[in-house]
Design a protein around this ligand. Structure first.
Ligand SMILES: NC(=O)C1=CN([C@@H]2O[C@H](COP(=O)(O)OP(=O)(O)OC[C@H]3O[C@@H](n4cnc5c(N)ncnc54)[C@H](O)[C@@H]3O)[C@@H](O)[C@H]2O)C=CC1
Ligand SMILES: N[C@@H](CC=O)C(=O)O
Length: 362
């Protein structure tokens, strides 16, 4: 049985949930998937870095509360997040990037991904910044280095929307996408309908692990803007920049408007869409819409998201599922690792190593 050694960059909700999955279900997964997973490095802005090429014992780290973790003490640990050194030098097979999404320039996650690919390591990420703002260049770099760059969790969390479109829609012409792509704003709109105030609804979404570190990106639509760019670029063959995508969030909608609309059978939703025209150009936008109850997106509630694909042969096909959540998004990373395994397992140059191979502390 082979094994993949992982370097986790960022140790917040999502990467901790992945570590929990490996720690609690690693043996079952290994039996089912045919490969083992081991974490050999973790870096985090607040906790510092920790490296053990024999495999980090995850249980004690997970027992410490998220805000209480420090890697300054243990052997192989340091108070600084030595991201570049860890990514380039620690002998990991896969770098798992789950730091904050930066909608402006994608940094520092963009550099994290680049360093990993340049070092010949596979990357999987839930971070929307690098994918939306530099996805094409990063895929090119990955191809040049013979490694994979996977990012299923960047749109609709663990719901496999990108792979569904790539693998199941072959032969269809997709002319547009429209959807609810932000769990936090959808959750908040539902709570406003129920009479909860905006600050309290935001705090709930943060507590539940749906919101961005800075929830402005959720409320003002920037998160959906990045997701629309990713979908348009991946599915419609576009090459959109952020300024190409009109963006308005939900901050101007008052609780009274939400409740008033509900009393008339309308539901406010933050909708992202992209349409391809006959000349090949793609228009994309993000804006709140008051949808009538019979609209397919009107019934999508809470952190659930949905994307409708408009196709030539099937008409509209809608994919619906969790759009946010720590565990759900960790599953997206697992699905990326499985995709890496399936793509490279038959390849002799693939870095998956026999479980018993000796490794050395760096
Ligand atoms: N939580 C969710 O439901 C989903 C999250 N995502 C994306 O996944 C990523 C991670 O999300 P969460 O874990 O929920 O966020 P989080 O805010 O809980 O965790 C991010 C972690 O990254 C660390 N970090 C930030 N900058 C860093 C740096 N320069 N070097 C090292 N560590 C750094 C922070 O200290 C924090 O522990 C984000 O980009 C988010 O947009 C994507 C889909 C769903
Ligand atoms: N904050 C985002 C997380 C997933 O991308 C959301 O709420 O959808």
């Amino acid at each position: 049985m082979g094994r993949y050694d992982l370097a986790l960059i960022g140790f917040g909700g999502v990467n901790r949930a992945l570590a929990e999955l490996i720690s609690q279900s690693g043996e079952r997964l290994a039996k089912e998937l045919g490969f083992a997973l081991r974490v050999v490095a973790i870096t985090d802005l607040r906790a510092g870095s920790l490296v053990d090429t024999d495999g980090i014992d995850l249980a004690p780290l997970l027992a410490a509360g998220p805000g209480k973790l420090s890697f300054a003490g243990p052997a192989g640990g340091s108070a600084d997040p030595r991201n570049e050194w860890v990514i380039r030098e620690v002998p990991a097979d896969i770098v798992v990037e789950a730091t904050f999404t930066n909608p402006t320039d994608g940094e520092p996650a963009l550099s994290h991904v680049r360093w990993a690919l340049e070092s010949g390591k596979h990357v999987c990420t839930t971070n929307k910044g690098p994918v939306a703002l530099a996805g094409r260049a990063l895929k090119q770099l990955a191809a040049e280095r013979g490694v994979s760059f996977e990012f299923e969790g960047s749109v609709l969390s663990g719901t496999p929307i990108l792979r569904t479109a790539e693998r199941m829609f072959a032969g269809l012409e997709i002319t547009g996408v429209q959807g609810i792509m932000n769990g936090t704003s959808n959750y908040i709109l539902g709570r406003l309908e129920e009479g909860v105030g905006l600050p309290a609804a935001i705090a709930e979404a943060q507590e539940l692990g749906f919101a961005e570190a800075d929830p402005t990106a959720d409320i003002e639509g920037h998160d959906v803007q990045l997701k629309v760019m990713i979908l348009a670029n991946e599915v419609l063959g576009a090459d959109l920049r952020r300024e190409d995508v009109f963006c308005e969030g939900i901050s101007a909608i008052t609780p009274d408007e939400v409740r008033d609309a509900a009393s008339k059978g309308l539901r406010w939703k933050l909708v992202g869409s992209a349409t391809r025209h006959e000349d090949g150009s793609v228009d994309a936008r993000v804006a709140p819409l008051a949808l009538p109850a019979q609209h397919p997106l009107a019934g999508i509630s809470g952190p659930v998201n949905a994307v409708a694909f408009h196709t030539d042969l099937l008409g509209t096909v809608t994919v619906c599922g969790p759009g946010a959540g720590r565990i759900e998004t960790a599953y997206a990373l697992l699905s990326d690792i499985i995709a890496i395994h399936r793509r490279h397992a038959a390849d002799d140059t693939a870095p998956t190593r026999p479980v018993l191979q000796e490794t050395h502390r760096v």
